[in-house]
Structure formats: structure tokens, C-alpha cells
Design a protein around this ligand. Sequence first.
Ligand SMILES: Nc1ncnc2c1ncn2[C@@H]1O[C@H](COP(=O)(O)OP(=O)(O)O)[C@@H](O)[C@H]1O
Ligand SMILES: O=C(O)[C@@H](O)C(=O)COP(=O)(O)O
Length: 422
Amino acid sequence: MSLRLGCIADDYTGASDLANTLTRNGLRTVQTIGVPAAGLPLADVDAVVVSLKSRSIAAADAVASSRAAARWLRGQGAAHVMFKICSTFDSTDAGNIGPVTLALQADGGVESLLVTPAFPETGRTVYQGHLFVNGVPLNESPLKDHPLNPMRDSNLVRVLQRQCGDAQIGLIDAEVVARGPAAILTRQRELAQQHRGIAIIDAIRESDLLAIGAAAIGQKLSVGASGLGLGLARALAVNSVAKPSDAGAPVGGLAACLVGSCSKATLEQIDAAAQFLPVLRLRTENIMDNSAEIEDALEWAAARLATAPVLIASSGSTEEVASLQERYGRERAGHAIEQAMAAIAAGLVARGVRRLVVGGGETSGAVINRLGISAFQLGPEIAPGVPVLRSLGGKDAGMLLALKSGNFGGQDFFMRALAMMH
Ligand SMILES: Nc1ncnc2c1ncn2[C@@H]1O[C@H](COP(=O)(O)OP(=O)(O)O)[C@@H](O)[C@H]1O
Ligand SMILES: O=C(O)[C@@H](O)C(=O)COP(=O)(O)O
């Protein structure tokens, strides 16, 4: 069977967020880690979300892996490919949203395409090309202090323009969107004639996303967050309802949470969890100094896991993050901590953990890569954008996981996740 929708996500939490939205809107969806090896059963699947860890790597590498994923998806019959980016447009002036979009546009021979990170269900809206996070302009939101991609400009036309060299970026505003898909397509054609083949498009509410999805689905490529996925899924799955899956069925075994996100929301969630769970806060200086922090953490966990789930976090305040980065450099600090979290994850699984909640996109990427998981089936939703996942294939098949975007979930997220993962 041909895929109805192919998606490429630039990180793993983002991929599970999108796969969750597609599933909830009627598409039978599988999340793969990278381009899957031959043999993944796709007979009963409408959509595949290929997860890449390409958000914060060199632009040339992000382009190469995204191109390979698009080729594979088109080879499976996907007429439309969506490039899933973060709803807070996480990127730098060096990329990677612009370079990847330009490459996919060129490969697909795409004259015109729509870009929107809007996801109103989680408070992300775009108006006059400016991105708001829970009503606050992006550059005033907590994203201004992200450890890897601090977002200091809410004007997405400007942000994307800086990543796209000579290609001119257009804007389709809320007034056009409110007039529906035909008006959007007309405006896209006008912009394309002015050599603006890439357009940021406003979206404030779900009805906007439906109009955008209906306009975009007839084209070969679109770029956005889960809100765009909702629009595309609804345009495709008008009459179908995906059957409930048994992906969330109990697996038993021990449970743990591993957290590397330093977002404001996650810091609050860790504090809330500490009232109910043993929480270990890693000494990040020790991780950088190659000391025995990983072994110590595993020993600490082993002494507690049999009686209760544990939570291990590297997360620090904006000041703590800044001080570590000053000493070791942003990338080196981020990478070393991610690798430490991955090693702890492997150690926890070796000690019998079968239910694992991971906080943070890059952190999730490092953990899932280390565990060697190749694909996920979608289970029930824990919070908007965060589903329960069941691992498929490989030695760690049949684990339950949740990959939480740093900014998603309510204060009780970790307790809620553990209560849904048996
Ligand atoms: N205490 C810390 N100091 C500096 N960097 C940290 C600290 N804890 C985690 N990090 C790094 O910050 C980054 C967080 O990114 P990520 O896991 O994607 O979270 P989010 O989902 O909030 O973006 C990772 O690279 C992680 O290794
Ligand atoms: O679109 C979103 O906000 C999320 O799906 C996402 O991409 C999360 O990224 P992280 O915050 O880095 O986990």
C-alpha cells in the first residue's frame, strides 16, 4: 500500500508529537528512527514519521539526512512530504530549517510551499508572521534562553530569511487564511510570481490549520509543527477513524525518568515530581570532568528502583547552564551531557527498566540512539504532544517510552506519564 503522508522530523520528541497528532486525526502512523531498514511492515500504515536528530547539527549533515529520508518516503508512495520542525522554530542563523527546506524544495521541483510552526493546542500561534508562545512573543518567552538555540526574534519571515540566502521569504497573513484554501492558493501563486516560493503562513486557531492543510495537501512539500500535521491529516482522513491500538498495553518491569531539558516547564515538572519520587540531580561539572558520575547515578538508581520509579536530571537553571557553557562551550557541554544521559539510559535498561520517560528533544535523541530502538507504535496521549510509545524491533522491543519536548506537559507530567505506563 502507498503511504498517504510522509514526514521528516528534525528531532525525536518532535516526531512523537507529530505521530501522536496524525494518529489522533485518523492516520495509522508509525514513527521510525532514521530511514528504516527493509522489512518494517508498512501494509497497514497511512503515515510514517522518520525521526532525525538534525536540528542542532551542521547544516550540510541535516540536509543530507533529510534528503535521504524524503527520497525513501517518496519511494514508499508519499505524494506529500512534511518537514516537521519545532513549534518554537528552534534553529540558528546557520540553519537548519532554511537549508533543509531549500534542499527538499529543489529535489521535489516544488514551486511554492507553506511554512507554519503554529500549534494552538500548545499555545503556539503565528500572527503577521510573528510567533507567540502562550501569548508572549517568541523572543520574550523562555525560548530566548534555550541552551542550544536561543530564539531572540519573533519575526519568522526575518528568521527564515537569514537562513535562506538569496531565496526570498513571503508572508500569507491571517486575513487571507480566514478566506480559506482557495484564497491561500491564490496568494501563494502571487508570491511565487514575485519569486517568493517559500511563505510563512499565519495560524491562530484550528480552523486556520484546516484551511492550510487543505491547501497544502495538493502540493508536494510543507514545513511546520504538529498543527500543520493536524491540517494535513484532516485533509486526508476525512472519513476515517484510526482503530485504537494496543500499543499502550502493560509491559511490566522497572520504571525511570531521565531529564536533560532545561526549559522552565521541565524545571517545574522536576520540582513537582520530587515530592513523590526519589530525584537525583547530576553534578554536570563532574560529567565534564569525566569522573564517575554515570556509575554513581546507576548505583543510586539501583538502590531505589525496586521500590519506586526514579528520576535522574542534568537540568539546570539559566544561570547554571550559562556558567557551564562559559567554561566548556555550548556544544561541548550539551553533547557531553547528552552522552552521559544515553549511558545512564543503557545502564538502567540493563538493570531491568522497561518503562522510560525522557525529557528533552536532544536528550531523547541521544538516549534512543544508544538503546538502538528502530521504530515506535503510538499509544495513548499523556499530554498534548506527548504520547506513550511502544518500541518495535531490536533487543529492546516492547518497552514503553515517552519522549517529552522540554516545553510540553503540565506540572504533574512525570507522575501522569508513570501512571499511564504499566
Ligand atoms: N545543566 C546543564 N547545563 C548545560 N547544558 C545542559 C544541562 N543539562 C542539559 N543540558 C543540555 O541542554 C540541551 C537541552 O536540549 P533538549 O534535550 O533538546 O531539551 P529541550 O527539549 O528543552 O530543547 C541538551 O543538549 C542537554 O545536553
Ligand atoms: O513542535 C514542538 O514544539 C515539539 O514537537 C518539538 O519539536 C520539541 O522539541 P524539544 O523542545 O527540543 O523537545
